[in-house]
Design a protein around this ligand. Structure first.
Ligand SMILES: [Cu+2]
Length: 133
């Protein structure tokens, strides 16, 4: 479980590929144009100012990673609600990540046939679901 911010990603990406383009896009304080790009995540979920996770429901394969990004102006969280069956890395009501504007949360999922529910602790009704097959 890692909380990644843009600066960390940019440093990493710059060191990795020496990409001037990446460096330039990451310098955008609005977060537009960078986000989860370059993290290698299999799926990107965007927390939006309309108080939704988009897409709100995803299906991935075991071993794949999900990157949550906040490209808006409102702060959100990724807070575990449930894992079925239980997963020690997804404790109900624990805030996995504070997802402030321009920040990222990257997590890989290694358990097959597990359903994960999460929410934003700040905005009631802002929920998401991950099915790992
Ligand atoms: Cu929220």
């Amino acid at each position: 479980m890692r909380l990644l911010r843009c600066a960390g990603i940019c440093s990493f990406a710059t060191a990795l590929v020496g990409g001037a383009l990446l460096t330039a896009s990451c310098g955008n304080p609005s977060g537009e144009g960078n986000g989860c790009q370059g993290t290698g995540a299999s799926v990107v979920v965007t927390a939006q100012d309309n108080l939704t996770f988009n897409p709100s429901k995803i299906t991935i394969s075991s071993g794949q990673s999900v990157c949550w990004q906040n490209l808006g102006t409102a702060a959100h969280t990724v807070t575990a609600v449930s894992a079925s069956p239980l997963d020690s890395s997804w404790t109900p009501d624990s805030v996995n990540a504070q997802l402030n504007p321009a920040s990222l949360y990257l997590k890989s999922f290694g358990k097959t046939n597990t359903n994960y529910i999460y929410k934003c602790s700040i905005h009631i009704g802002m929920t998401g679901e991950i099915d790992v097959r």
